[in-house]
Design a protein around this ligand. Structure first.
Ligand SMILES: Nc1ncnc2c1ncn2[C@@H]1O[C@H](COP(=O)(O)OP(=O)(O)OP(=O)(O)O)[C@@H](O)[C@H]1O
Ligand SMILES: [Mg+2]
Length: 368
């Protein structure tokens, strides 16, 4: 599901860009996370996606903070970090698809009469005024008509559902500036969840939820047949666990991070104290996620059958059984490099670190 911002990219993409991109040219996925920037470079060879290189750089030190600490960098510093990680990874591609954070975007599924299909651009621009909380002149709009099954068509041929995405022009301009300063060409900008979904799941038929457990926030998407219906932004992430451990135990962040990774979610008596520190944050995140699931279930009258974790926070030991207990449904970890081909010796490493590359990997896949 390619989901570009038509207004500023559609034209570019349709007219000249695709011709520039030779069939075997390499592409980059760029994910500017709060604690680190992730890049993945893929090449298309026949119908396969070959992983050429990948890299990650901690953003903290570029903002005078520690490795692992989330920071908000300006465009210059962000571009410097991107150039560094490209160099470090030996990534030579210049064409990139870039993630726009979920909390910088407005997403909603809206209902429109089927008769609007012929004049969708105008209808959406008018409809968007009712839904988007800022003036339409200040945002770029994109949309996607949700596919219907034959049964759904029989049951209802009057209305259709459309995913509406609005991103503030200031946000887009900031990203354009970063990409230009990084020496890259953006083929498309795409909202974070679309990247993570593409990498994390197959074209399954069931209704599932993908949870990206990041450093400073947790992003959730609920999908049907691989198409996103709902998204939810939770303003706490895995670094909040580290910070809480550091504060309550009076240790530095690096040590707290080590403890978090070593112990994970444990029910051993000797880890009781550590769990007590992390519990309120975990409860908050899981409670928010659960509320979102319940909401979905009552709105669409069907239940979510599985949760898939992505993001570096998903590497927390014991998160799968913990999730099963909290959600009482099947829980698994994503395998974001499962759709790419890579040398066998990398398989183990990619399984260990892959989770944090979900967004970047999905973006690059989308560009092939
Ligand atoms: N082995 C591990 N065990 C537990 N947590 C881990 C492990 N590896 C990484 N993490 C955590 O994952 C988080 C980073 O994940 P990720 O790279 O997905 O975040 P981000 O994209 O920078 O943040 P955000 O999405 O919130 O902007 C860190 O808080 C880190 O502590
Ligand atoms: Mg992230």
């Amino acid at each position: 599901m390619a989901f570009e911002l038509k207004e500023f990219l559609g034209r570019f993409r349709k007219n000249s860009f695709k011709n520039l991109l030779k069939s075997e040219q390499s592409v980059l996925g760029v994910d500017i996370g709060s604690s680190s920037i992730k890049i993945v470079q893929l090449r298309k060879e026949k119908e396969r996606a070959i992983l050429e290189t990948y890299g990650e750089v901690a953003t903290g030190p570029y903002g005078g903070m520690e490795i692992g600490q989330p920071v908000k960098l300006n465009a210059e510093k962000t571009a410097e970090a991107i150039r560094d990680v490209l160099k470090e990874a030996g990534a030579k591609a210049t064409v990139a698809r870039v993630a726009i954070p979920l909390n910088s975007s407005f997403v909603k599924v809206i209902q429109l009469p089927v008769s609007a299909e012929g004049d969708l651009e105008n209808v959406i621009t008018i409809e968007a005024r009712r839904h988007v909380p800022v003036p339409i002149s200040e945002v770029s709009l994109d949309w996607w008509v949700m596919p219907k099954t034959e049964k759904e068509k029989e049951e209802n041929n009057k209305t259709m559902e459309v995913i509406l995405v609005a991103i503030h022009n200031d946000v887009i301009n900031t990203y354009k500036d970063i990409i230009a300063k990084s020496g890259l060409v953006a083929a498309a900008y795409e909202m974070e969840p679309f990247g993570m979904i593409r990498a994390a799941i197959g074209r399954g038929s069931s209704t599932i939820a993908v949870i990206d457990f990041g450093a400073s926030s947790t992003k959730m998407a609920i999908l049907d047949y691989g198409v996103m219906r709902e998204s939810h932004f939770i303003n706490k992430g895995s670094h909040d666990l580290t910070r809480a451990l550091s504060q309550s135990m009076g240790i530095d962040l690096a040590r707290a991070e080590e403890i978090k990774r070593e112990v994970g979610l444990s029910d051993l008596p000797e880890h009781k104290e550590i769990m007590e520190v992390m519990q309120p944050i975990l409860s908050y995140i899981f409670h928010e996620a659960n509320a979102s699931l319940k909401n979905f279930q009552s709105k669409y009258k069907r239940s979510v059958s599985k949760i898939v974790f992505t993001g570096g926070g998903g590497l927390l030991k014991g998160i799968v059984p913990f999730g099963v207990k909290e959600f009482t449904i099947e829980v698994e970890l994503a395998d974001p490099f499962s759709k790419t081909e890579h040398p066998v010796f990398l398989s183990t490493v990619l399984k260990e670190i892959g989770l944090s590359f979900s967004v970047a990997s999905g973006l690059a896949l989308g560009e092939l």
